[in-house]
Write a protein that binds this ligand. Structure first.
Ligand code: B12
Ligand code: SF4
Length: 541
């Protein structure tokens, strides 16, 4: 019997979504479970013996490699350094290593120490690798231009997870997005025609989680959950019936484009099944900038009205903002700060533009000679788009963009500003319909978390007044929303120190005044060179 070790590399550096300090309040060690590797686990021969080690949540003992015949690893860009360490450790022990996932797919040249790169969607490329493995003749690289038929994706091997170590688990309804944002790698990796699993498949996945004893927060990790509204509208009533039969074991979050606010039926449907938060890419309040980044779906609307409409349907909104885009004509700080205030979004992931490998933006910057030579190489101490952005020569002076960013971070994450926005959410968030009842175990976890949070936020003078005003105010005025407002407060245990860390790093960058080296000699990788332009290759549905 073949023994396969699935290793989820560590996110080593501080980053916006690495909110471990908040997870620790509820006894978890990392926000999200590794859904990609659970899916790979389900695609490997089921008579193989599998073990999953997530380096974000467990202590690594290299001897675990001795057990394995084959090591499967991979992930996203912030996991690159750790992934390379895993590959080297496994190779040192003479193990066969296969690598996959979004970063190896977009930057395969970085991972060539592995025996085989099984790129793209494993549903498409893994079968050929397994066939070759059986025949004793594996190749160094497996690529396939076809997209996976989501109707055939198996239920991920959730049984490999230790649920208590995570804040939530993910499931995936669809891949791909119909829009055309210039900086986005989703449409290159997964195409512009959203491909969805059938309602039956998703319900089978939820059933599996249910049988394994998991309860609570499930994140639908779709790039854009409403990419195909028709499919979602067909699915939601079936999900509701399933939840009723099992007395509402789960509640949900997801990512969606802001045009969700235009569809009351859809928001109503999501509210009825217990969605409580969604992430929306706002990017910029400035229409010219949005048009320059090809994010036209965000133009011609009041962003504040759209966000408030979603909140009134029981879902708080987290949002992304980007600074440093080519379309910016001057300082953008005040516009973004005003937008964040008007929309009342507490968790705004304001970041610097980052040219991800395998995007229209990256190709354009390369053509224009503005891309940094090592733009796709993760470096020790570099984080995400908050501290390692602008990996190219921007049009506006770099120092101006960094100063704008510093102003946005310091203003919007100051305790009074953050908690003020949480209070706005508390005033708008309608929780009258909620049916999910946390289990006794969850309630006990949340009670303990409250005391830890009260210690961390309710005692220090910097946050004391804001925290108690927000928490107690909600308890009196909108008690049904208290769990959710409590979560937003708890996130500040991470975002408070993280925003100060980012501000410090940006100050250092401004002081150093470093201009990034101009484009180097590296030609585009095979994946970059052959990537079809999404605008041409896959028309939106
Ligand atoms: C959910 C999600 C998150 C979550 C949780 C992720 C986690 N588990 O920790 C959060 C919010 C934390 C997150 C954060 C970030 N994310 Co993210 N995230 C996603 C998202 C939307 C879904 C991931 C997922 O579960 N997919 C479903 C599974 C089934 O797909 P998969 O993991 O890709 O696995 C498939 C294949 O890749 C392959 N595969 C995967 N692993 C392996 C291994 C082997 C051996 C093989 C053979 C195959 C294989 O097989 C699987 C089945 O086909 C993806 C986009 C996407 N559509 O995937 C972005 C994505 C992975 N994130 C990305 C990025 C950039 C980030 C951030 C850096 C910035 C950001 N967007 O906020 C941060 C950094 C996080 C950190 N801690 O530092 C990029 C990665 C680009 C790259 N080149 O690496 C993606 C592709 C999209 C994007 N632009 O945001 N993310
Ligand atoms: S809306 Fe834009 S950024 Fe979001 S997934 Fe679609 S194309 Fe990418």
């Amino acid at each position: 019997m073949t023994r396969a070790l699935l290793v989820h590399p560590e996110f080593r550096t501080a980053s916006f979504w690495n909110y471990r300090a908040t997870c620790e309040l509820v006894g978890a060690r990392y926000p999200a479970a590794p859904l990609g590797l659970c899916t790979v686990g389900a695609l490997l021969p089921q008579d193989w013996e599998l073990k999953l080690v997530d380096r974000n949540v467990e202590t690594w003992d290299e001897s675990v490699l001795d057990w394995a015949d084959i090591v499967c690893t991979g992930g996203m860009l912030p996991q690159q350094l750790d992934c390379l360490d895993v590959i080297r450790a496994a190779k040192k022990k003479g193990k066969r290593v296969i690598v996959g996932g979004p970063d190896p797919t977009s930057s395969p040249h970085i991972y060539k120490e592995a025996d085989s790169l099984v790129l793209g969607e494993a549903e498409v490329t893994l079968p050929k690798f397994l066939e070759d493995l059986k025949a004793g003749a594996t190749q160094p690289v497996y690529v396939d231009p076809r997209s996976a038929d989501m109707g055939k994706t198996p239920t991920p091997r959730f049984d490999l997870l230790k649920f208590d170590l995570y804040n939530h688990v993910g499931i995936q309804f669809c891949r791909g997005c119909p829009f055309l944002c210039e900086f986005c790698d989703i449409i290159e990796l997964y195409g512009r025609v959203p491909r969805a699993k059938s309602p039956g498949q998703i319900l089978a996945e939820l059933q599996r989680l249910y049988e394994l004893g998991y309860r609570g927060h499930v994140d639908l990790v779709d790039d854009n959950f409403i990419g195909n509204k028709k499919l979602v509208k067909e699915f939601l009533p079936q999900l509701k019936a399933w939840l009723i039969e099992r007395d509402w074991p789960f509640e949900f979050t997801t990512e969606a484009s802001v045009n969700l606010a235009d569809d009351v039926e859809l928001m109503q449907g999501m509210r009825e099944v217990g969605f409580f938060a969604i992430f929306v890419g706002i990017e910029s309040p400035d229409e010219a900038t949005l048009i320059a980044m090809k994010k036209k779906q965000n133009t011609g609307r009041s962003l504040a009205d759209s966000v408030h409409a979603i909140m009134k349907h029981g879902m708080w909104v987290n949002a992304g903002f980007i600074l440093g885009c080519d379309g910016e004509k001057g300082s953008v700080a005040q516009g973004i700060i005003q937008c964040i205030e008007d929309t009342g979004i507490p968790v705004n992931m304001a970041g610097l533009m980052f040219a991800l490998p395998n995007t229209q933006l990256t190709r354009r910057l390369r053509r224009e000679g503005r891309l940094r030579e090592d733009y796709d190489v993760a470096m020790e101490g570099h984080g995400d788009q908050c501290t390692a952005g602008l990996n190219y020569e921007p049009l506006r002076p770099r120092a101006d963009i960094l100063t704008d960013y510093l102003t946005v971070i310091e203003t919007t994450f100051a305790p009074a500003a953050y908690f003020g926005r949480v209070r706005k959410v508390a005033a708008l968030l309608d929780s009258s319909h909620r049916r999910h009842k946390p289990s006794m175990k969850q309630m006990w976890k949340e009670t303990k978390a409250f005391f830890k949070m009260a210690w961390k936020l309710g005692m220090p003078s910097a946050t004391r007044g804001q925290f108690w005003r927000t928490f107690l105010g909600t308890l009196f005025r909108n008690p049904k929303s208290i769990r959710y407002i409590g979560s937003l407060c708890a996130l500040y245990v991470h975002f408070g120190p993280f925003s100060r860390y980012v501000a410090g790093k940006i100050r250092e960058q401004i002081a150093a005044g470093v201009a990034m080296p101009r484009v180097g000699p590296r030609p585009p990788s095979a994946a970059e060179a052959t990537a079809p332009d999404p605008a041409v290759a896959s028309p939106a549905n």
